[in-house]
Design a protein around this ligand. Structure first.
Ligand code: GLA
Length: 398
């Protein structure tokens, strides 16, 4: 079984590949993927989210060049891409390097004087699983490029630049959650993010529970447009409500009562999308209180309710995710379960009593396979730290 915390040997292949390909000793940066405990599709509605950074991470080894080129090698794709820093105009080609050049362009737009660099990327976050492999790649690239150019930016600014890269370069209108948690994750903690003010609060997680992530094996395809369509649905709900509720600027500002009172004439799809966002923000707030008070059963109920709302109102779940959640519900030690991330495939996040997590891992795998015929991957995770430089000692050990 793949354990994210043990993945470092795998992804630290970045410095070895760098030495072989470009010569010299690189500096190495890592940025983690994430799993979201609760607060889905709320970030781009100025709402609340509660993600956790994972042990899965992307590593970028970097060294200077004397010209103005970015030579980027991916160990996952075994492919080298070359582009000049003077030619970073967006050309989304649905290629892994869009993320790298997009970040370079976003940093340059922010006034950072970038220098030419050799980069080797080793991605350790499963792709298409809803665990933010894109944000991990963006953030690790930003750290590497900033270091290479002897520049620095606050983490918040790095996260925002990476989000812009994905919005403008890749064409995915993502919110800020993934890049933010990749920058600000803290071991043993979930992070409450207010996606309007960008205020954040680290919430300690209880030792007696562990996070189990169940990968349905169904790959999601955000950029295919469903994600952007959901954003447009939310925008239409706001446009409908605004003349009736002056002063609102996002679904964050609307209560369920107001939606029921003023949203009756709204097209049903937009109404349901709005109802999900409004109730999900409420659930995140309640989840914070229950976490602080140690009422984990209640926390779990909120996770199940979040799943139902994503399935029925926001319509971003799929059969395999629904099967995985129903199966988890029937297994001893499971406190809560829901789909996590953008949806349309990917993973569920489960909160499980620590002493029962091993039994959960084997049981859900067997049951899921017997229903769907797909062998799922189950990752047992602890909350990890956000992005940073890998120490020289760790690099030397490679
Ligand atoms: C994707 C996006 C995030 C967020 C989630 C859904 O992961 O990148 O910004 O919108 O979907 O919560």
């Amino acid at each position: 079984m793949f354990q994210p915390s043990k993945s470092s040997q795998l992804v630290l292949s970045a410095p070895g590949e760098f030495r072989a390909r470009f010569h010299g000793e690189p500096s190495v940066f890592r940025a983690p993927g994430r799993v979201n405990l609760i607060g889905e599709h709320t970030d781009y509605n100025d709402g609340l989210v509660m993600p956790v950074a994972l042990g899965f991470a992307t590593y970028v080894a970097v060294g200077q060049r004397n010209d103005r080129a970015l030579h980027v090698f991916s160990t996952n794709f075994e492919e080298l891409q070359v582009r000049s820093l003077d030619d970073l105009k967006p050309k989304s080609r649905k290629h892994w390097s869009d993320y790298v050049y997009g970040v370079a362009a976003a940093l340059a737009d922010r006034g950072i004087k970038l220098r030419g660099a050799n980069l080797v990327i080793a991605g350790g976050v499963p792709v298409g699983a809803g665990l933010s492999s894109s944000a991990a790649l963006e953030v690790a690239t930003a750290f590497a490029l900033l270091h290479n150019s002897q520049s620095s930016l606050e983490r918040k600014e790095i996260a925002l630049a990476c989000q812009r890269a994905e919005n403008n370069y890749v064409g995915m209108r993502c919110g800020i959650m993934d890049q933010f948690i990749s920058c600000f994750g803290r071991s043993g903690h979930a992070l409450l993010i207010d996606c309007r003010s960008l205020e954040r609060r680290w919430l300690p997680l209880h030792d007696e529970f562990q996070i189990a992530i169940c990968n349905t094996g169904v790959k999601h395809e955000h950029a295919s447009g469903e994600y952007n369509k959901r954003r447009a649905d939310c925008d239409r709900a706001v446009a409908y409500l605004k003349p009736r509720l002056p002063g609102i600027s996002a679904l964050r500002d609307v209560t369920l009562q107001q939606l029921e009172e003023f949203g009756q004439g709204m097209e049903p799809v937009a109404f349901r999308r709005a109802r999900h966002v409004i109730t999900e923000n409420d659930r995140v707030q309640q989840a914070c209180e229950t976490l602080a008070g140690g009422e984990m059963e209640r926390f779990g109920e909120l996770m199940f309710a979040s799943h139902r709302s994503l399935r029925d109102d926001f319509e971003v779940s799929c059969d395999e995710l629904n099967v995985m959640v129903s199966l988890a519900e029937g297994i001893e030690g499971v406190v809560g379960s829901r789909m996590t991330g953008g949806g349309f495939g990917g993973c569920t996040v489960n909160l499980v009593q620590r002493e029962l997590v091993a039994a959960f891992q084997s049981e859900i795998a067997v049951r899921y396979k017997s229903v769907t015929g797909i062998e799922p991957q189950i990752y047992i995770c602890d909350a990890a730290d956000g992005a940073g430089q890998v120490t020289e000692e760790e690099v030397r050990r490679e």
